[in-house]
Design a protein around this ligand. Structure first.
Ligand code: GTP
Ligand code: MG
Length: 194
């Protein structure tokens, strides 16, 4: 699946702009700055195809990438704090929720959690929305390179506890570092297995 080319298809700002639901799709959701765009770059091996930056709120549209002919990878705007005007943020948050609960070909949502911070209230809110929409979601821990082993174990325990409360959660948690490449082959094979 990942031997194919990755191409940017379009940035979407309203539900009626979504591409046709003609193939499997996976999306990457998470708080602003958690590392969604960086993870797409690492997964596809095409640095810079998804724009990443240190400013929370970098991705403001729903960005579709084609991965070969059979898969869409979807980079979402973040939720939680963003360095953008409130009216703009509210608009993209609304779109994000509509997308997450109303996309027929969405096979799995990856909910990204910072390895240093664990699951926050805003993550819980998104998980509840995914429960209601019956969208299977899986947690991906990001920035694993930034945390010590002993701290990581503690955060993982917190994340496991949170997932246990969500019927739509897939129990396996994937540890990743887009910087170092940890967990990237694992995540690729999970997606290929869908
Ligand atoms: P928004 O689009 O604003 O919601 O952010 P995002 O979730 O797409 O995050 P993005 O990929 O833009 O990354 C945010 C910052 O974290 C950037 O400065 C990245 O270089 C950094 N970053 C992302 N992944 C990793 C990682 O695995 N390790 C380290 N050390 N830094 C990372
Ligand atoms: Mg982004």
């Amino acid at each position: 699946l990942f031997a194919g080319e990755t191409e940017f298809l379009k940035g979407v700002v309203a539900m009626n702009g979504l591409p046709g639901a003609d193939r499997m799709e996976v999306c990457f959701a998470g708080r602003s700055n958690v590392g969604k765009s960086s993870l797409i770059n690492a997964l596809t091996g095409t640095k810079g195809i998804a724009r990443a930056s240190n400013t929370p709120g970098r991705t403001q549209e729903i960005n579709f990438f084609t991965q070969g002919p059979d898969l869409y990878l979807v980079d979402l705007p973040g939720y939680g704090y963003a360095n953008a005007p409130l009216a703009v943020v509210e608009k993209w948050q609304k779109l994000l929720k509509q997308y997450l609960s109303g996309r027929q070909n969405l096979r799995r949502a990856f909910v990204l959690i910072d390895s240093r911070h664990g699951v926050k209230k805003v993550d819980e809110d998104i998980m509840k929305l995914l429960d209601s929409a019956a969208v299977t979601f899986q947690c991906v821990m990001t920035k694993a390179d930034k945390v010590k082993d002993k701290d990581r174990a503690k955060v993982l325990e917190q994340v496991r506890g949170a997932l246990a409360r969500h019927p739509a959660a897939y129990p396996e948690i994937v540890l990743t570092s887009s910087e170092k490449g940890d967990g990237i082959p694992t995540l690729r094979s999970i997606i290929a297995g869908l």
